[in-house]
Design a binder for this molecule. Structure first.
Ligand SMILES: C[S@@+](CC[C@H](N)C(=O)[O-])C[C@H]1O[C@@H](n2cnc3c(N)ncnc32)[C@H](O)[C@@H]1O
Length: 200
């Protein structure tokens, strides 16, 4: 599901970029470590700040990244133009990733899966494209945040079948991941590190 105008404004500004670099990414880094020299996929890349973080802070060699919203991809393309040797971008859906099985060392999700109606399909796709023992880094937003009256009024999210920390962990395990580490804040936001463990 695409972001509405208000959420785009909340996402696409320097304050959010700083928060993503200094807090959100640091938490994932502390939990899951660097991916030095790795080939990485970022799902729902938005305007490309996450891709910069994966290259600069996590040490990836190459990042493929996509977003459902062509306007976001266009912004990412402009932002990442100077890194075109290391980055490939396209418009696409996380529930149908155009990549072979076992393609990536790591996959990053900076807060997109709560926007996907069939979010379990997204987890299965991410598991499919990861190499065996590949690592999934996820930061997510839980139903307790989405269902707040003010958030319902201002932002647009799928409403049915959302998740909390435990349901997300359960779905990761059902998709074939071994959950390595998790953390949460106010039961509204969560961080997850999970490794591809087995073939379904
Ligand atoms: C909350 S924003 C986060 C964007 C970016 N990851 C960031 O942290 O700034 C969620 C993003 O997910 C994208 N998105 C929503 N559904 C998607 C889907 N099915 N496949 C890929 N991207 C999707 C939206 O277009 C939006 O850019």
């Amino acid at each position: 599901m695409l972001l509405n105008r208000i959420e785009k404004a909340l996402m696409n500004n320097p304050a959010r970029a700083t928060l993503q670099r200094r807090f959100e990414a640091r938490r994932l880094l502390a939990m899951g470590g660097r991916v030095s020299g790795a080939s990485v996929l970022e799902v729902g890349c938005g305007r490309g700040v996450g891709t910069e973080i994966i290259l600069d802070i996590f040490g990836a060699r190459q990042v493929d990244a996509f977003d459902l919203d062509p306007k976001m991809v266009e912004m990412a393309r402009r932002r990442l133009a100077v890194r075109r040797e290391q980055v490939r971008l396209w418009t696409g859906d996380v529930t149908e990733i155009p990549a072979e099985d076992n393609s990536y060392d790591a996959v990053f999700d900076f807060a997109i899966i709560h926007h996907v109606p069939d979010w379990r399909d997204a987890l299965r796709e991410i598991h499919r494209v990861l190499k065996p023992k590949g690592r999934f880094y996820a930061e997510e937003v839980f139903e307790k945040f989405i269902n707040q009256r003010i958030i319902r009024r201002l932002l647009e999210h799928p409403r049915e079948d959302r998740f909390d920390h435990d349901r997300f962990v359960e779905a990761l395990e059902e998709s074939g991941f071994a959950v390595i580490s998790t953390d949460q804040l106010l039961r509204r936001f969560g961080w997850f590190i999970a490794d591809k463990r087995k073939k379904l």
